[in-house]
Design a protein. Sequence first.
Length: 64
Amino acid sequence: VLQNVCPNCGGGFVPRPIRPKNNWHNDNFTGKYPPGTRQIHKPVDRERHRSFVKRVGKIDPHDR
């Protein structure tokens, strides 16, 4: 459903997600928010996410 693109930060899904170094979406990147241990649940708007995946989905998560 999410096509390996985090709707909050644009990173890929792995046991410990890689937060992007670039500001792809909503200021959720390592420059503003370094990785932490607290988990936060945010519902996903499927249409908005589909548009976001078209923009960044072809970029390897390590390069986002």
